[in-house]
Design a protein. Structure first.
Length: 205
């Protein structure tokens, strides 16, 4: 778990350096068996120390650490319970939040959207930290690596923290491309047939 705590700090600093999070917004977690290391509530991610990150069990009880777990810990735990994920990253990054505040989904206008599972759904709004929000996000993530959260931000999952983090960077990139494309004209959305052709090509070696 100490290694996971160090990874949380490293990726917290990267998220802040890349402008994906500001101040204390955003939270990350990583799972090992029945335990989850999570970023704490109220500490800026670029100032995080490993010992700041509480370790909780899958019911959210703190088993190690003095700080309060992130207010979105219930959402992280709901995602561990419903997916095989090893890590969860949640941010209020700018373009993800713009799309999440204006659209019902992020349509696939670039084939790299397939790396997240295709069109990215927007989970209906609910107050942060509530079981209702956790459930909305769980449903939006079915069959996907990423979801947007209405009027809130984005969330990604991965087998490792590195994978979940890269999914967050890709989600932000796709949202930025979409928003900028809308400013130029009407972006073409890839058809089912075009997406299938990409998948076939990727698997044909
Ligand atoms: Zn949030």
């Amino acid at each position: 778990m100490d290694e996971l705590r160090r990874e949380l700090c490293e990726h917290g600093r990267r998220a802040a350096a890349l402008g994906l999070v500001i101040g204390t917004s955003g939270n990350l977690s990583a799972r090992d068996g029945d335990l989850v290391a999570v970023t704490p509530s109220g500490v800026a991610l670029d100032r995080l120390r490993p010992e700041d990150c509480p370790i909780v069990d899958l019911d959210g009880r703190v088993v190690e650490g003095d700080r309060k777990p992130s207010s979105e810990t219930a959402m992280h735990l709901a995602l561990y319970a419903s997916t095989g994920a090893g890590a969860v990253v949640h941010t209020h990054s700018v373009f993800a939040t713009v799309v999440a505040s204006t659209m019902a989904e992020l349509p696939p206008i670039h084939y790299n959207a397939l790396l997240l599972g295709g069109a990215v759904r927007v989970a209906p709004y609910a107050t942060y930290g509530t079981p209702e929000l956790a459930e909305n996000v769980r449903r939006a993530l079915e069959g996907r690596q990423a979801a947007l959260m209405a009027s809130h931000g984005g969330v990604t999952i991965g087998a490792t923290l590195e994978q979940a983090f890269e999914a967050t960077r890709l989600l932000e990139w796709l949202c930025e491309v979409y928003v900028r494309a809308l400013g130029v004209g009407a972006p073409a959305v890839l058809t089912e047939e075009q997406l299938v052709a990409v998948i076939e090509r990727a698997f044909s070696g």
